[in-house]
Design a binder for this molecule. Structure first.
Ligand code: GDP
Length: 611
């Protein structure tokens, strides 16, 4: 017969978790600053960071996500406030302009393709077509971009062909290009860098127009180009697809107008708009030191209008616009959205891809640049910036769909396909492997830039890394892993992905019982005298109270007694006194199910079953 336990012995109910306390910190706060604000020891923060796989020193600045995660561990929700005005500037740029303020702007186009397929020739041909269109004077200055007037409006071309320039910008967070013109020689067809260009454009989400070049050559076979590109997801309109193909000869100046018209047409459909009526915001396209002019940079204005006299910041540089020059060497007093201009009046040098923003006054521009300088120097000493296989979990913790982007460089085509296929079969609905680029040969700078821009790891199989690519990878914090055995590539990626899987939480029924008697206790509460029929009951476990086959209450077993003594668990065949969380109102004959929640590490094979 079970004894009536006293409620005094019952363990306190678990209080609901307190809401997170808000804490204001500045961007890139150091470990010390964060610890001081949370009133904990810096060593505790460091220890907590370690459990997250981040090894930080006391003066290290924490990037947003790491700071937020560690603060949450101490019960704080971070409210990150702009310290260096960078966010404010970014916010200004992304502020939703009211629709009536938006005006159409010209498209910005990058020409990409395999070496020698005619990128430079095409850019030259387009430049000279401009003169025929009646533009005053020839394009004489190389400022990194130029405008062309077509019957359907202005088109802006970036004057640096190639993928490195395109992706270097993206790696620095600047989206510059609206449209990619992919040049493919009709005589040579699709080549490795053609595929690379497609991957870069796709990774950036930029539409592609194909220029089938060199159609003047006897060996030209434009249909073959269509056929080969269809295998890379570019199906021509004639074949029922969506991609515009234009046949041209850059050298013989054939159908350049046709290409321009298609570019203008495609851009019209994209309805590119921007607000010209606010302080300018843009991107640095090129930057150099001129013996006479000093520090000179080309800015592509993206929104707002840049005027002579405007104070600005651009990366670590700042200044006040002394003069604006266009691609004809002509002085302008202002430049609106999509217009490339050379800016004079910069102190310090900026880099291609730096964000350019007009600020309120010169003092502010100087202060922001100085503070950025301090942060940049500290960051230069810091850690890996990009995803790595080992640190993957803590870095992607907060993303909804967990993705591992991979750039794959392999010695032969056969292994490329094999590895790509095996990696992709590892994907589950929860975490995906995405090969954003797969190519043959050594790792190049272009691969590293793509990986950096897309937060990818580079996996190398039976190939090497070019010295400059290797340098760039360590500068950009991109992980490059080299393998000799396919199995090891797969095993490493698999292990990394398993780290991404949320552990599975399952309820396991550990025992069953029956209520034999109900006792009242001093404060008016009730205790059930029960017999354990199967398994066991564990104090603290969850219990379901069932009556006539349905669950009438669920609660934690807050007290458990054998006779007068507290018991940790009571096994099958024994009687006990127990009470559940809440006020269930037991009845004789009620059944009990005792449930324990288990956390199980999941393997990819389990996750795959969810597909
Ligand atoms: P890039 O490396 O892609 O910039 O290619 P280039 O523009 O430097 O061109 C490579 C070579 O192809 C040069 O010798 C050009 O003269 C030649 N080329 C470019 N376009 C054409 C074309 O339409 N027809 C012919 N026959 N040759 C071309």
């Amino acid at each position: 017969m079970p004894q009536a336990p006293s409620v005094q012995g019952a363990e306190p109910k678990i209080a609901p978790k307190p809401a997170f306390k808000k804490l204001q910190v500045s961007t890139m706060a150091t470990v010390r600053e964060l610890a001081e604000k949370m009133v904990v020891k810096p060593s505790e923060v460091i220890a907590k960071l370690m459990t997250l796989g981040i090894f930080a020193t006391i003066n290290q600045r924490l990037e947003g996500e790491a700071a937020s995660i560690v603060a949450a561990e101490f019960g704080y929700e971070l409210d990150v406030v702009a310290m260096y005005k960078e966010e404010e500037l970014a916010v200004q740029a992304s502020l939703k302009d009211p629709p009536e303020k938006l005006k159409p702007r010209p498209p910005v186009v990058t020409v990409m393709g395999h070496v020698d397929h005619g990128k430079t020739s095409l850019l030259d041909a387009i430049k000279s077509s401009n003169v025929a269109a009646g533009e005053s004077g020839q394009i004489t200055q190389h400022i990194g971009a130029y405008r062309v007037t077509t019957p359907k409006g202005v088109v802006v071309f970036l004057d640096t062909p190639g993928h490195a320039a395109f992706t270097a910008m993206r790696a620095r967070g600047a989206k510059v290009t609206d449209l990619v013109v992919l040049v493919v020689s009709a005589a040579d067809g699709v080549q490795p860098q053609t595929v690379e260009a497609i991957d870069h454009a796709k990774a950036a989400g930029v539409p592609i127009i194909v220029a089938v070049n060199k159609i003047d050559l006897p060996a030209a076979n434009p249909q073959r180009v269509r056929q080969e590109l269809s295998q890379h997801g570019l199906l021509s309109e004639e074949w029922g697809g969506k991609t515009i193909f234009v046949e041209v000869s850059a050298k013989k100046r054939v159908n350049i107008e046709g290409l321009l018209e298609m570019i203008a047409l495609q851009s019209m459909m994209m309805e590119l708009k921007s607000n010209p009526d606010r302080p300018a915001h843009g991107v640095i396209l090129e930057s150099r030191l001129d013996a006479k002019k000093g520090s000179v940079a080309t800015v592509l204005v993206q929104s707002g209008t840049l005027k002579v006299g405007d104070p600005f910041v651009a990366g670590l540089a700042h200044g006040k616009v002394k003069a604006l020059l266009d691609e004809h060497g002509k002085r302008l007093i202002a430049a609106g959205p999509s217009i490339p201009v050379e800016v004079l009046g910069m102190a310090g040098t900026s880099q291609a891809g730096d964000v350019f923003s007009v600020v309120t006054n010169e003092r502010q521009s100087r202060e922001i640049a100085e503070r950025r300088g301090v942060v940049a120097r500290e960051q230069a000493l810091a850690h890996q910036r990009h995803v790595s296989l080992v640190g993957l979990k803590s870095q992607v913790k907060s993303r909804a769909v967990k993705e591992l982007n991979v750039v794959l460089k392999v010695d032969v085509a056969g292994s490329l396909q094999a590895i790509k296929d095996s990696l992709e079969t590892l994907s589950t609905p929860e975490c995906r492997v995405r090969t954003i680029h797969g190519g043959l040969g050594n790792v190049t700078e272009s691969d590293v830039l793509l990986a950096s821009a897309s937060d990818a790891v580079i996996l190398v199989f039976h190939a090497d890394t070019e010295p400059r690519a290797s340098e760039l990878a360590s500068r950009e914090g991109v992980e490059v892993r080299r393998y000799e055995i396919i199995y090891e590539v797969i095993a490493d990626v698999k292990a990394a992905l398993e780290g991404l899987l949320e552990p599975e939480v399952v309820d396991v029924v550990v025992g069953k019982g029956e209520v034999l008697q109900v006792f009242s206790v001093k404060d008016g509460g009730k205790v059930a005298g029960a017999a354990i029929r199967e398994g066991k009951v564990v104090r603290g476990c969850m219990a379901k109270l069932l009556r006539n086959g349905s669950v009438v209450h669920q609660g934690k077993v807050v007290s458990l007694k054998r006779f007068k003594d507290d018991a940790k668990e009571v096994e099958k065949g024994l009687d006990c006194g127990l009470s559940l969380d809440g006020t269930p109102g037991y009845q004789k004959g009620d059944l009990l199910e005792f449930v324990v929640t288990e956390t199980r590490t999941r393997r990819l094979s389990d996750a795959a079953q969810m597909k």
